[in-house]
Design a protein around this ligand. Structure first.
Ligand SMILES: *Cc1c(COP(=O)(O)O)cnc(C)c1O
Length: 368
């Protein structure tokens, strides 16, 4: 079976982790944590990095740090992971959905302005599967309506728009370093910002809102969402080789495209001019003339030894939100189509050309 995702780990990770163990710095203090936070912020073009336990907790403290009054609305794409909506609902805010663009699956900016009300306080673009959202245009909309921007860049490490890396453009950005992300710490995440006040709030929220001047004295409730020095050691080693990881993803995308582009039954990922797509996972969508859906497609590929994963099911189709009276009778056709007709192929960082050949042959066979 060709696995859908595998991390690429090297001797440097082991060396740094061994150093943590030998020196006893294994919890959430230590030089690797500070070094990783600083290096990642710098890489993305932000001033401050706040390491956290995962990409979901990164979103949770990013929304919480804005200190919005209950009932504030935050606009986000329906086509995303539940972590985004969870962070909004948990902060007492209201998720307001828009559809995504059919080609890039990025937040459809043409639909954003129509959803802005007197209660809107923020926009949460998600750089989906490695293709950035049009951030210059989004930042202009945000400025016009005085809205904060939280970029979810979990899937887009190193992706660029107009020569700027994602994660350094919004007021806040969040990352995941889960094992299937472009660089990993096993489990882990980070929030970036260039606003010193927000950075201070984020550090406090991540660490139980302890007061620096008086420990065990609290004026607000926080969380324990800390990242360990051990995880940061892995992250720093990964970051040293990020160019190699990004080159591998782009090589994978080119290789798949060469082998699949003659199939009129498939929509393949694209890269719009002015953008750098990092092709987190190679995702394909069945056209309408294919007589089966993605579930059946996945089953047939599995029988040929190819593991796949479905794409997200939109937030507007989630019973957990319907029960709360959210998104009832809303429709987002692009999101619905991606959920039913799309999947991603094996895209791990250890993928070989023989595996890409085998996967592509299997796709041809199933669609023949
Ligand atoms: C992976 C991911 C997350 C969540 O990250 P975890 O570390 O798994 O909590 C959030 N947003 C997006 C877009 C993701 O792909």
């Amino acid at each position: 079976m060709i696995p859908v995702s595998e991390p690429l780990l090297a001797g440097v990770e082991a060396k740094y982790v061994a150093d943590c163990i030998q020196t006893g710095w294994i919890s959430s203090e230590g030089r690797y944590l500070a070094a990783f936070e600083q290096a990642w912020a710098q890489y993305c073009g932000a001033e401050f990095g706040i390491g956290v336990s995962n990409g979901t907790t990164a979103l949770q403290i990013a929304v919480a740090a804005l200190g919005l009054e209950p009932g504030s609305e935050i606009i986000l794409p329906s086509f995303t992971i539940i972590s985004c909506s969870l962070a909004i609902v948990e902060a007492g805010c209201v998720p307001v959905l828009v559809d995504v663009e059919p080609e890039t699956w990025a937040l459809d900016l043409d639909q954003v302005e129509a959803k802005i009300t007197s209660k809107t306080r923020a926009i949460m673009p998600v750089h989906m599967f490695g293709h950035p959202v049009d951030m210059p245009r989004l930042m202009k909309i945000a400025a016009r309506y005085n809205l904060k921007v939280i970029e979810d860049a979990a899937e887009a490490h190193g992706a660029e728009v107009d020569g700027r890396r994602v994660g350094g453009i919004g007021d806040l950005s969040t990352f995941s370093f889960y094992a299937n992300k472009i660089i990993t710490t096993g489990e882990g995440g980070m929030v970036l910002t260039s606003d010193e006040g927000l950075a201070k709030r984020l550090r406090s929220l991540r660490n139980l809102c302890f007061k620096p001047e008086r420990r065990f004295f609290h004026t607000e409730l926080g969380h324990n969402y800390r990242l360990t020095n051990l995880q940061a050691a892995i992250g720093l080693a990964q970051l040293e080789r990020i160019d190699e990881h990004l080159a591998k993803k782009r090589w994978m995308a080119t290789s798949y495209a060469e082998r699949l582009r003659d199939l009129h039954q498939l929509r393949l990922p694209i890269e719009l001019p002015g953008y750098k797509n990092v092709y987190w996972m190679y995702s394909i969508v069945l056209s309408d003339d294919v007589p089966f859906d993605a579930v059946e497609f996945a089953k047939r590929l599995q029988q040929l030894g190819v593991q796949t994963r479905p794409l997200f099911l939109g937030m507007h189709e989630q019973p957990v939100f319907h029960e709360r009276g959210l998104h009832l009778n809303e429709r987002y056709p692009v999101t619905e189509r991606l959920a039913r007709r799309g999947l991603y192929l094996p895209s791990g960082l250890t993928l070989t050309i023989e595996q890409i050949d085998a996967v592509s042959d299997a796709v041809h066979k199933v669609l023949a």
